[in-house]
Write a protein that binds this ligand. Structure first.
Ligand code: GYE
Length: 331
């Protein structure tokens, strides 16, 4: 065991040395002169956002399972929703000389420095789930995840349809995801684009609940006091919607009836609330990215160029559809 570890470490040093000889820092793919490694020699470092939601937990499990099934070693770190922790984890993966780094950036901006360090070390980076806002797209080999603007639009389209016969103003509270995170920015944008076409739709308050249940509850409690006549809550994820349900019930109102709720994700707890009529509509966002991430790692290892942008396929759910889908829902 010890011997094998030493052998692997020595191979890692050799790879780094070779990369150095090849003039590392100028390419964004693995040094092909070293040839593909066998899968049990590969080491991938994954820097996860945290464990803020049901979606995130399902995403972590799916990624860990996929790498285990593929027989590829996965180093895992949880940044507890802090960018500085994620940067530290990425730097440590660079130092350890992993073969590929994958991460889900907690916020969009502020990654260029650390991604340039990975590039200089010739370690390919894969973005999973969330995007970075960088001018330089040579800093990552592929971005695998959902189209969050599209998700926001789908939420908005349901709202437009639901209130199509109403001439009264529709007062909306928006529970935003983590400030500066791609899904928070884009889900707000897509929703505003669709509902903004008719000025009867009024976003009367919009605040972050940080993608957590506790955050959604707390923000809703406070916002219901200043906006007692709200018609609908648009939450950027199920967990915040589930928190909002608690706050609405505590205020003596009926979620799904007195105040309608639209969310994004479609995790089991959200789907149950939709089936129970407490949420009215959910836009799906799939956390099952593990197998596709493994495929990207294999392609990079084989010296192939993965697709730069891989968009996850997703659907939407009404109450009837949730009741039908629930028994087979994996997460
Ligand atoms: O919707 C939310 C999670 O980045 C798509 O992060 C992900 C989002 C997901 O906390 O529940």
């Amino acid at each position: 065991m010890k011997k094998k570890f030493f052998g692997m470490a020595a191979a890692g040093v050799m790879l780094l040395t070779l990369a150095g000889c090849a003039g590392g820092g100028t390419t964004d793919s693995v040094d092909s002169a070293a040839g593909p490694k066998s899968l049990d020699e590969l080491v991938v470092g994954f820097a996860q956002v945290g464990a803020e939601s049901g979606w995130r937990t399902a995403n972590t499990t799916d990624i860990q399972t996929a790498f285990e099934d593929a027989g590829i070693e996965l180093k895992f770190s949880d940044a507890q929703q802090k960018q500085e922790n994620q940067i530290k984890a990425i730097r440590s993966y660079i130092q350890q000389g992993v073969d590929v780094i994958a991460f889900s950036p907690v916020v969009e901006t502020g990654w260029d420095a650390v991604l340039n360090e990975a590039k200089a070390a010739n370690i390919p980076v894969v973005l999973t789930d969330r995007a970075v806002d960088s001018q330089d797209d040579s800093l990552y080999v592929s971005f695998l995840g959902s189209d969050f603007i599209e998700e926001g639009k789908k939420a908005g389209e349901w709202v437009v349809e639901e209130y199509k016969d109403s001439t009264d103003p529709v007062k909306i509270i928006q529970l935003e995801g983590t400030t500066g995170a791609a899904p928070a920015i884009d889900r707000a944008e897509g929703f505003a684009e669709v509902t903004g076409a008719d000025d009867k739709f009024e976003i009367v308050a919009s605040q972050t609940g940080d993608f957590t249940r506790a955050g959604g509850k707390q923000v809703t409690e406070a916002l219901l006091k200043s906006n007692p006549n709200v018609d609908l809550i648009y939450a950027h994820n199920d967990d915040m919607g589930l928190g909002a349900i608690e706050a609405i019930e505590a205020a003596g109102l009926k979620p799904g009836e007195d105040i309608k709720i639209v969310t994004v994700d479609a995790v089991k707890d959200g789907m149950q609330a939709l089936a129970d009529g407490k949420i009215n509509f959910i836009v799906e966002c799939s956390p099952l990215l593990g197998k596709q991430l493994v495929d990207i790692v294999k392609q990079v290892n084989d010296g192939e160029t993965p697709e730069k942008r891989i968009i996850t396929e997703e659907t939407t759910f009404t109450q009837e559809q949730a009741i039908e889908a629930l028994p087979d829902r994996q997460y």
